[in-house]
Design a protein. Sequence first.
Length: 201
Amino acid sequence: MSGKRIETTEVEVSASVLYMSMSLDGYIAGPDDQPGNPGGDGFGRLHEWYGDFSRPSGSAGELHDELEATGAVLAGRRTVEQVDHWGGDNGGRPIFVPSHRPPGPSVANYPLVTYVADGIASAMKQAKAAAGDRNVCVLGAYTAQRALEAGLLDELQIHQIPVLFGAGRRLFEVLPSRVELEIVRVIDTPQATHIRYRVQR
């Protein structure tokens, strides 16, 4: 896969980074998104750029390597429950889930999964501590919104797919106020435009 790369400033190290594939009209999941139908109808279209989830070639392969190099995962409860916490192993990375409700019974079998009951700030602090000098991978629309609201999200890696969903679950449905972003990298391919943003504070 070939692509055109545009970079402005270096992407900072040890950051909390939201990774998300999104339609041009802002949807990250299609209609009927529920545990029996994770991602909703047509969800696969948002991830065709990734192929079979092995390392893609070209520019997309670099993005794969970045994601694999993250040191911890901070993910919303809805996200982790729809995939049963990735069977307790997301690439060997510890997984932190901010939730005021106790986890389901399967989590007892997953030593890498930690539910954090005292808020997203505590969950992010624990995730960053676990990640060390590596980035924290943030997943989930609601969790991303809350992290932005709390000033805890450093960067966004958006894979913008050339499709209009028209319905489903939007990435930024509710935000408390305007958020200014700086574009730090653009990788343009026929399958998707991969845009890296830094949150301005």
